[in-house]
Write a protein that binds this ligand. Structure first.
Ligand SMILES: [Zn+2]
Ligand SMILES: [Zn+2]
Length: 390
């Protein structure tokens, strides 16, 4: 495998790793990234980059204007940690009880800062501008939406993002046009029936029986309404009902999640859920209320932006290093950017060299990455900007 780390990045290796470890040991949850944002703003100012703070609550935006005019390309990093207690014993482990960078966003920040430093030094060759987006609250609260509301995409023509990815080994970049991360919705179903004696079911509406029919019928959305060459998931995670063995339950509550890779399937799932709930309610005489809450939209990579990402990746990790990404049904709020402007999101392999595949998954309490991957990520960003704007 021939990996070509950019020489400017090679020189910054110690600094990049030190930044990542500093942020790793001081993790902050979504919309509380005060220390992280201050560190970022201070560095960007030091590099001579125009800085805006408190964008999307705690976000930071840097704008690097080149010597000549041209398009504006955005590069995005997320800054938030997770409510997880770190269990590993590395010397840079979290110093905050119950909070941890268990998804690698510390690495995203360090990478984008390194790219900003190198690109700022090459300002004279840049025809156009580079916007550096450091966003809060990716893990659930959708910080990207708040950044967009505050104008972070104004004037931006294309956006790129990356995720360090422990489902792929060090040295590869997973790239694919089209859907790469799922839409994630959550639902609550409340069944109201009529309770009674377990020995005299006539006249009752049994919420346990109605809820059971629902669980079964909802699975047909995946097995009978989804094109078999596409993917959807409908999972009922909780089913609560009843109080005693000889009492017919008057009520039941079901909670679940629905995932899909396309906007069409997302809409289809919502429509079919409503139809099934209505139909079963009518059939058994139960009053059923469906409460469906949309999560992040699917992340769909633009063809042309992805072609550019692929070209840059080829120059860093070579032919055999560019792979089809390891896909999951997880969601990403990068989708809010890339549904507005052409965008591409890639997956940079970061599984530590001696680790078994799947042994250090994202969000686990012993999460860590192969830090050499940070050099690949930063080199990728610089190559991308050089190819497009220099
Ligand atoms: Zn995550
Ligand atoms: Zn993440």
């Amino acid at each position: 495998m021939t990996i070509k780390i950019r020489p400017e990045i090679e020189q910054l290796e110690d600094e990049i790793i030190a930044t990542r470890r500093d942020i790793h040991s001081h993790p902050e949850l979504g919309f509380q990234e005060i220390r992280t944002a201050a560190l970022i703003a201070e560095r960007l100012v030091e590099y001579g980059i125009e800085v805006q703070t408190e964008v999307g609550k705690t976000g930071v935006v840097g704008t690097l204007r080149g010597a000549a005019s041209g398009p504006m390309i955005a590069l995005r990093a997320d800054m938030d940690a997770l409510p997880v207690q770190e269990t590993s014993s590395v010397d840079y482990k979290s110093r905050v009880d119950g909070v941890m960078h268990a998804c690698g966003h510390d690495g995203h920040v360090a990478t984008l800062l390194a790219a900003a430093k190198v690109l700022a030094a090459q300002r004279k060759q840049i025809k156009g501008s580079v916007r550096f987006l450091f966003q809060p609250a990716e893990e659930g609260a959708g910080g990207a939406r708040y950044m967009i509301e505050d104008g972070c995409l104004d004037g931006v023509t294309e956006i790129h993002g990356l995720h360090y990815w422990n489902y792929q080994s060090y040295g590869v970049i997973g790239i694919q046009a089209g859907p790469v991360l799922a839409a994630a919705g959550r639902f609550k179903i409340h069944v109201k029936g009529i309770g009674g004696h377990g020995a005299t079911p006539q006249g009752t509406v049994d919420a346990v029986m109605v809820g059971s029919q629902l669980v079964t019928a909802l699975q047909t959305i995946v097995s009978r309404n989804t094109d078999p060459l596409e993917s959807t998931v409908v999972s009922v995670g909780t089913f609560n009902a009843g109080s005693n063995f000889n009492v017919i339950a008057p009520e039941a509550q079901l909670l679940g999640t629905a995932r899909s890779y396309t906007e069409e399937n997302r809409q289809m799932i919502k429509r079919r859920m409503a139809e099934i709930v209505n139909g079963i309610g009518q059939t058994y005489g139960a009053n059923i209320v469906l409460d469906y809450e949309d999560g992040y939209p699917p992340t769909i990579n633009d063809e042309d932006a992805t072609l550019k990402a692929r070209q840059a990746a080829l120059e860093i990790v070579g032919d055999e290093g560019v792979i089809k990404p390891f896909l999951t049904m997880g969601g990403e709020d990068f989708s809010y950017y890339s549904r507005r402007i052409p965008g591409s999101f890639v997956f940079v392999g970061s599984l530590p060299a001696d680790a078994e595949p799947q042994s250090i998954p994202h969000h686990c309490s012993h999460f860590d990455i192969d830090e050499r991957a940070l050099l690949i990520g930063a080199s990728f960003y610089i190559q991308l900007i050089e190819n497009e704007l220099m």
